[in-house]
Structure formats: structure tokens, C-alpha cells
Ligand binder design. Structure first.
Ligand code: KIV
Length: 264
């Protein structure tokens, strides 16, 4: 049975933690789904970890839909959340609805995520009214990399913390079904979590959030350029893959592969 937005709310009420990971293609989404992770975000982080770009800004709607389709095909149980890329919802409400709708209609997702605080409240309201469930995303919002001057912890001053608390409430009132909190102090995330009736999903926001998310390639050791302090590397698939491929090369060069069992 597919995890729904009602299950998210029920988990918060029952004080059960929500698990999320990103995925970008069929084979990895299948593994994440089989691991019974509650939801998969087709994150625009794919710009960096899959496409090899410097930041998330260049990824397009068509590319996001392409990846969301692959993930949706593999996800039997996990809720699929499509990440709205930069400039897919900022220009007008009409474009936001059109693009948000594409994630559900073409991508097969059950919800979308979008970055931004109170300035996105009207967009969240309009999407929700159009039956497009929205996960809001505040704190470190990678679309704002140039304004923020890099990927930096947010909400560190009293004023900035209060602004994030207010943003959280505004987004809940606008209809968001959950709120992603990225790179903010744990104590602030706890306060936001306690004040909202919708679940918070943390990444670099401490252990008090209602759920956690990691970028899959950070968790598996497939993204080497940098590892944020908040990410935990559970495996080093880059090294494992490298060793396997070196073994293959050696076997080809030494005439060991293909063996009789691989020949006709
Ligand atoms: O794009 C992404 O992967 C994200 C992270 C916060 C998980 O938004």
C-alpha cells in the first residue's frame, strides 16, 4: 500500500519517525522502496549528483519529469515527491500550477516540494487548491545560493530564527502537508516541530524533527565533491564499484572473462 500524506500526519501524531531519501532513477528507487523508506524525493540535487553541475539552478522541468517517471515506476510503497526546480514556480501562480501538475500527471508523483518561506505562501495555497500536495522547504534553500553566499547554516540569530518560525506557521496555514527543514540549529527545528501540526522532515536540522531525509548519493558514497557535515556516509559504493571495474578490466586483459559459462 502506498504511503499517503495522511500517513505522514498519522505518523507525527503517533510520534513515529518518517524516513525519506532522494532517488533519481529506477534501480535505486527500487532499492529505496524495498527498504520500506516512507517517501522518495526526486530532488533537484540531481543537478549536482547526477548531472555533475555546480549547483541546482540549471536543472529543467523536462529533466525533473524524466527522472520522476523512472522513480515512480519503481515505487510500489514509497510516496514520490517531485522537487520543483528553480524558476518552475516563481514566475507566476499559473506556471506553478502547470508545472506542479506535470509532476502528478506526467511524473506519477503524489506530491511536490518547493523552496521558500512566506513569499511562496500564495503558491502553496494555489497548488494545494489544485489538488497538488506541497512539501514546503525552509532554512538553507539551495535556490538562494547566490543570495546566501554559499550553503550556510540558517536561523542562527534570534531574528532569523523567529522569521523561520513565522514562515513555518504561514506555510502550514497555506496548506503545506509537511515542511522540510534544512541546515538550521537543532533547538530551532525542535521548536518549529512542536509548534506545527504537520510533520517536519530534517536534513541538518537535528534529531527532534518528525522525520529525516538524506541525499541518497551522500548516504551511499557516490558523490565525492563534498560531504556536508550533516550527511552520513553509510557505504562507499564509489570505491566498491571502482574495485569491481578494475577486476573486470584485469579479467578481460588476462583472458579470464568471458569464461566457458558465459559463452555459447
Ligand atoms: O534536492 C534535494 O535533494 C533536496 C534535499 C534537501 C534533500 O532538496
Amino acid at each position: 500500500m502506498k504511503i499517503t500524506i495522511q500517513d505522514f500526519i498519522k505518523k507525527k501524531q503517533a510520534k513515529k519517525k518518517i524516513s525519506m531519501l532522494t532517488a533519481y532513477d529506477f534501480p535505486f528507487a527500487k532499492i529505496v522502496d524495498e527498504a520500506e523508506i516512507d517517501a522518495i524525493l526526486v530532488g533537484d540535487s540531481l543537478a549536482m549528483v547526477v548531472q555533475g553541475l555546480e549547483n541546482t539552478l540549471p536543472v529543467t522541468m523536462d529533466e525533473m519529469i524524466y527522472h520522476t517517471k523512472m522513480v515512480s515506476r519503481a515505487s510500489v510503497r514509497a510516496m514520490v515527491v517531485g522537487d520543483m526546480p528553480y524558476m518552475s514556480y516563481q514566475i507566476s501562480i499559473e506556471e506553478a500550477i502547470r508545472n506542479g501538475g506535470r509532476f502528478l500527471k506526467e511524473g506519477g508523483a503524489q506530491a511536490v516540494k518547493l523552496e521558500g518561506g512566506r513569499d511562496t505562501a500564495e503558491i502553496v495555497k494555489a497548488l494545494t487548491k489544485s489538488e497538488i500536495p506541497v512539501m514546503a522547504h525552509i532554512g538553507l534553500t539551495p535556490h538562494a545560493i547566490h543570495r546566501m553566499g554559499g550553503y550556510k547554516v540558517q536561523g542562527k540569530t534570534e531574528e532569523a530564527a523567529q522569521r523561520l518560525i513565522d514562515d513555518a506557521k504561514i506555510l502550514e496555514d497555506a496548506g503545506a502537508f509537511s515542511l522540510l527543514l534544512e541546515a538550521i540549529p537543532a533547538e530551532l527545528a525542535q521548536k518549529i516541530t512542536e509548534e506545527l501540526s504537520i510533520p517536519t522532515i530534517g536534513i541538518g536540522a537535528g534529531s527532534f524533527c518528525d522525520g529525516q531525509i538524506l541525499v541518497l548519493y551522500d548516504a551511499l558514497g557516490l558523490f565525492e565533491r563534498f560531504l556536508p557535515k550533516f550527511a552520513k556516509r553509510y557505504a562507499n559504493l564509489k570505491n566498491d564499484s571502482l574495485n569491481v571495474l578494475k577486476q573486470y578490466k584485469k579479467e578481460v586483459e588476462e583472458g579470464i572473462f568471458p569464461g566457458k559459462e558465459h559463452s555459447f
